[in-house]
Design a protein around this ligand. Structure first.
Ligand code: 2AM
Ligand code: CA
Ligand code: CA
Ligand code: CA
Length: 263
């Protein structure tokens, strides 16, 4: 398999899917809830995933697909070629804000990240990387991430982690909040990873992400030296949900060691 051919194909699928998503703003959305009242899905999430699957299966019948909306394969291991896709990351933003949502895609071979993409659909910004070849923001090569300490950092996290919750001791998060230069929250894990990789953020933390939220971003993060682990400082398992941090290296150590106390 030629990785550059695969890259070209994946990019063309992403651009075509994004065009369909943008065009959907002229039609009425069908909005449903999933596991809880604020866990939303639309017909466009589903149609986008089905578009990818149909195109991938037609061109690469032996490749498997893990997609958030469940139209892909039942994936219990990462052997062979596996595409990990979130057709719309940030569905709530898609519905309410019509911006700040992304297509997130990672292509893995026997568990190794070959290709990674985060496409900010409304900004028309494509973050991409091929293993060992560095990362790109549109056509520009992205430099390796620099160092940062907590006091000079902008860290992205959901406000839910700063109030009592079942995942993490919130006092530690309040302490972090007091120390940092600023906090942000964008409502799309993939876009938040994009921002860390391109230096707009210094770190992004979440308590519960699924493989499709992070697979594309992880491949790109590795190419620029950003550290991706669970909040227990362990490698991410792409077959389950995980706690999550992507960060500049020194900051990663500082946050995980001094502020994170998982329950
Ligand atoms: P989604 O929009 O594809 O569901 C929001 O903070 C971020 O968390 C988004 O990237 C969102 O992805 C993700 N997320 C993961 N699990 C979620 C859930 N159960 N409910 C809402 N957002 C979830
Ligand atoms: Ca979802
Ligand atoms: Ca998602
Ligand atoms: Ca999604």
């Amino acid at each position: 398999m030629n990785i550059h051919k695969l890259d070209k194909f994946a990019k063309s699928l992403i651009k075509e899917a994004a065009g369909k998503i943008r065009a959907s703003f002229t039609t009425e959305l069908i909005i449903e809830t999933k596991s809880e009242a604020n866990d939303l899905v639309t017909n466009i999430d589903k149609e986008t995933e089905q578009f990818f699957i149909q195109q991938i299966k037609q061109n690469f019948p032996e490749h498997r697909i893990l997609g958030e909306e469940g139209f892909g394969d039942d994936i219990e291991d990462l052997s062979g070629y596996v595409w990990i896709l979130d057709p719309i990351d940030g569905t709530m933003n898609f519905i309410h804000q019509k911006k700040n949502f992304a297509i997130s895609l990672g292509i893995f071979k026997d568990g190794e990240g070959l290709l990674g993409y985060v496409y900010d659909v409304m900004a028309d910004d494509l973050l991409s990387a091929a293993q060992g070849e560095g990362a790109f923001f549109n056509d520009q090569r992205i430099p390796r991430v620099e160092q940062a300490n907590v006091e000079q950092s902008i860290i992205s996290m959901n406000a839910s982690w700063v109030v009592p919750n079942k995942y993490i001791e919130h006092e530690g998060m309040i302490e972090l909040l007091r120390k940092v230069r600023g906090t942000r929250s964008y409502g799309s894990a993939a876009i938040e990873i994009l921002y860390v990789v391109t230096g707009r953020l210094d770190a992004y933390i979440s308590m519960r992400l699924s493989p499709w939220d992070i697979a594309g971003g992880m491949v790109v993060a590795k190419e620029v030296g950003a550290i991706v682990t669970t909040l227990a400082n362990e490698p991410i398992n792409l077959l389950t949900q995980n706690t999550f941090i992507v960060s500049k290296p020194d900051l990663h150590h500082e946050v995980v060691t001094n502020y994170v106390k998982l329950k």
